[in-house]
Design a protein around this ligand. Structure first.
Ligand SMILES: N[C@@H](CCC(=O)N[C@@H](CS)C(=O)NCC(=O)O)C(=O)O
Length: 219
C-alpha cells in the first residue's frame, strides 16, 4: 500500500501520459509532489532522469523507494493499492473490455504520434504540416475505433455509470486531437468528455491547471 507514503510524479504539463496519471491520482484522492521535466528542452533525456526512466519518457512515479514507469502500469498500480474509485470493473470480461479500449489509445494511437516519433519523421524529411497530418490521421483512426468499442454502453462514461481506465485514457488523448486538428466527433466521445470534465479530478489534471504550464509557456 502507498497510503501516507509520499508520491512524486515526474511529468510535464502537456504530456498526455502524465495527464492520465494525474487524473488517476486525483480520482484516488491522493496528494503528490510534481517534478516537471520540460520535454521541448529535452530534460527527459538528462542522465539523472534516464536513471529513473531509461526510455526517456514521462511520466515516472516514485513511491516507497521504488520507481514506476508506463502510465497504464502506474494507473493500475494506484488502482490495486487504493480501493476508492475503482478504475476497473468487477469481472474478468468487463475488465478486459475496459483495458482493450484503454489500450487502443495507450498502445496503438498515442505511441504513433508522440514527440519522439514526430521528431523521427521530421528527421526523415517530413515538414511540420506533414507530421501534423500524420498525427491527426493516427488520432482519428484510434478515436473512431475507441468510439465503436464503447458505443453500445449506456451512461455518462465510456463503460456506464462509473469512470474507468478508458475515460482516464480518453480525455488526455482528446487534448492531442485538438492540438493536431484531428476530428473527434465519433459516437459518444464528446458527451463522455463533457461528463468527465465535470469531475474535480479531471479538472485539476488538465494541462492548463499545472504549475509548470505557466512557467514554461508552449511546450
Ligand atoms: N507508453 C508511455 C508513453 C510515454 C510518452 O510517450 N511520454 C511522452 C509525453 S506524453 C514523452 O515523454 N515524450 C518525450 C519524447 O518523445 O522525447 C506511457 O504511457 O507512459
Amino acid at each position: 500500500m502507498t497510503d501516507n507514503i509520499p508520491i512524486v510524479l515526474h511529468g510535464f504539463w502537456r504530456s498526455t501520459a502524465s495527464w492520465r496519471v494525474r487524473i488517476a491520482l486525483g480520482l484516488k484522492g491522493l496528494d503528490w509532489i510534481d517534478v516537471p521535466h520540460h520535454l521541448r528542452l529535452g530534460e527527459q533525456r538528462a542522465p539523472e532522469y534516464l536513471a529513473l526512466n531509461p526510455q526517456g519518457f514521462v511520466p515516472a512515479l516514485e513511491t516507497g523507494g521504488e520507481v514506476l514507469t508506463q502510465s497504464m502500469a502506474i494507473c493500475e498500480f494506484l488502482d490495486e493499492t487504493h480501493a476508492q474509485a475503482p478504475l476497473l470493473p468487477k469481472g474478468a470480461m468487463a475488465r478486459a473490455k475496459v483495458r482493450a479500449a484503454a489500450q487502443v489509445i495507450a498502445c496503438d494511437t498515442h505511441p504513433l504520434q508522440n514527440l519522439k516519433v514526430l521528431k523521427m519523421l521530421k528527421k526523415r524529411g517530413l515538414d511540420q504540416a506533414a507530421t501534423d497530418a500524420w498525427a491527426a490521421e493516427v488520432i482519428e483512426s484510434g478515436l473512431a475505433a475507441f468510439a465503436s468499442l464503447v458505443g453500445k454502453n449506456d451512461g455518462p462514461y465510456c463503460f456506464g455509470d462509473n469512470v474507468t481506465l478508458a475515460d482516464v485514457l480518453l480525455v488526455p488523448q482528446l487534448g492531442n486531437a485538438r492540438r493536431f486538428g484531428a476530428r473527434f466527433d465519433f459516437g459518444r466521445i464528446a458527451q463522455i468528455e463533457a461528463a468527465c470534465m465535470k469531475l474535480p479530478a479531471f479538472i485539476a489534471a488538465a494541462p492548463e491547471n499545472q504549475p509548470d504550464a505557466e512557467q514554461t509557456g508552449a511546450g
